[in-house]
Ligand binder design. Structure first.
Ligand SMILES: [Zn+2]
Length: 490
């Protein structure tokens, strides 16, 4: 840090400076322009020196006040930078950029922070005399490097510099303005944080299918955890109100993805579409989605839902049109369709042919792979297979499984295999009901679980037979025992 009055030998820096300034002020007014310009430069350098002597000690004085340390340092750096810049400025626009407003009508250059502070104060203030400089609007405002600056511009620069260095009210206003901006930034950050936190809570409800009433409790928990949640939008009504915006953002992202060529392939992303109809609350809808290639995602193949558009007519053509409208909404073009997977009904209705037809997508023949969904097919195989005589044992086994399920599904009978499993030292798997409409993999689950629980089931059946032997007079027990015997035999 420079010490102003350090010179022990003789005159101090300040005294020297004052002497030079005094000499300068004695130069006669009729000296020619070149000399004047040189003198101006010299005076600029001196003012710089003066500013360092004035500004820096002020900062040094403030050093003990640690609370505003970093702010003050940044500010002083900006400040000194602005003051140094003034020396090289050769157009009015650059001066304006330092924080001024120029009014053509009044030919006045006003310091923005001082002007604003005047505005914010009441009308009983003395008026914006500080920080207002006159520069006639009819004088040139731009000067090339070889041009001499006119006196008016030089004086303007000087006044601006003096305002920056000497005006205490200006420095006070700059500080107030910076504090105001810092507060504003903090508030904006807090608002954004609160918004993002509430948005994430909503997203959890949407993705998990939780009731919106959970939202209020979630917000409360987050608040107690010390998370910024703000003071607004804490009601259970918020997730519903917010949802359309989330939906819009997702649709925009999805259509953006399908509309942009992949850098890995150089082509638009391709899709294999899949759809199935379902009726819920009297509305028949298509559950419409696709499988696409997404390089960079956690899994290369990703399923994207296109939504559940309502089906108004059940013809193949109408179903195909329904799909097209949905895909048009997402900006997916015909060239992106590589395949489709549907169940039997879609093929019976000829949806795949309708999609290929000129009226819908006009796809070249034999270029798109239409697949009959494998799970539906294997489900049907089971039904046909059971009709053949040589596979009667499948039907019989299935029948035994149903009987066992019925026997051990309810009340006290349900508890017995659990008790038996403790003796056998294994965890029971819950018996599964056979379903006529589900696929073959559901049947597999039935067989596997019964096979796993068999020791416990046999123990229970034996117990029933034993109980009947102990009470031969009880008709009900006898009936149960004979059923158990029959099942055990199978
Ligand atoms: Zn000012």
């Amino acid at each position: 840090m420079r010490s102003v009055d350090r010179d022990a030998g003789g005159m101090s820096d300040k005294a020297k400076l004052d002497q030079i300034l005094e000499k300068l002020s004695n130069i006669p007014a009729n000296t020619n322009d070149i000399v004047l310009t040189k003198l101006d430069k010299l005076q600029d350098q001196l003012t710089d020196l003066q500013s360092q002597m004035k500004v820096e000690p002020q900062i040094a004085d403030k050093q003990p006040n640690k609370s505003s340390d970093s702010l003050t340092n940044t500010r002083s750096a900006d400040y000194t930078g602005s003051i140094k810049r003034i020396n090289t400025i050769r157009c009015l626009k650059e001066l304006i950029d330092l924080g001024f407003i120029y009014d053509d009508n009044t030919s006045e250059l006003m310091c923005f922070v001082c002007h604003q502070s005047c505005d914010s104060k009441s009308t009983n203030s003395t008026g914006p005399t500080d920080g207002v400089f006159t520069y006639p609007h009819d004088i040139k405002q731009n000067f090339d490097d070889h041009e001499n600056l006119p006196r008016a511009f030089i004086n303007l620069k000087k006044s601006v510099k003096r305002h920056f260095i000497d005006s205490i009210s200006h420095q006070k206003n700059v500080k107030t303005e910076e504090e105001r901006r810092a507060k504003q930034r903090l508030l904006e950050n807090r608002n954004e944080n609160a918004g993002m936190n509430l948005g994430r809570l909503c997203m959890k409800l949407y993705l998990k299918g939780c009731p919106y009433a959970d939202f209020e409790d979630d917000v409360l928990v987050q608040k107690m955890n010390g998370t910024t949640v703000g003071e607004l939008n804490h009601s259970r009504k918020f997730p519903a109100a917010f949802r359309p915006f989330v939906s819009k953002a997702i649709v925009r992202r999805v259509s953006d993805f399908f509309g942009r060529k992949l850098s890995q392939t150089g082509h638009l992303p391709v899709v294999n579409i899949t759809a199935d109809k379902a009726t819920y609350k009297h509305n028949t809808r298509q559950f419409f989605s696709c499988v696409t290639v997404m390089p960079g995602a956690d899994k290369l193949l990703q399923v994207i839902s296109f939504g559940q558009p309502i089906v108004k007519s059940h013809t193949g053509f109408q179903l195909a049109m329904n799909m097209k409208e949905t895909m048009d909404h997402l900006d997916i073009k015909s060239c992106q369709i590589e395949g489709g997977s549907f169940d039997g009904q879609y093929f019976h209705l000829g949806v795949q042919k309708a999609l290929e037809s000129p009226a819908v997508y006009d796809l070249p023949p034999n270029t798109v792979l239409w697949a009959w969904d494998a799970l539906h097919r294997s489900g049907l195989v089971d039904t046909h297979l059971c009709k053949e005589e040589r596979f009667q044992w499948v039907v019989d086994d299935t029948d035994v499984c149903s009987q066992l399920f019925r026997m051990f599904n309810w009340g006290q009978n349900h508890e017995k295999p659990i008790e038996a499993s403790v003796l056998w030292k294994f965890h029971l798997k819950e018996l599964v009901k056979l379903s006529e409409t589900r696929f073959a993999n559901s049947r597999r689950q039935v067989y596997l679980n019964i096979h796993h629980d068999l020791p416990a089931i046999i123990t229970c059946l034996e117990e029933k037979i034993l109980l009947s032997h102990q009470n031969p007079s009880d008709g009900k027990l006898r009936e149960k025992a004979s059923e158990a015997k029959e099942l055990k035999g199978k």
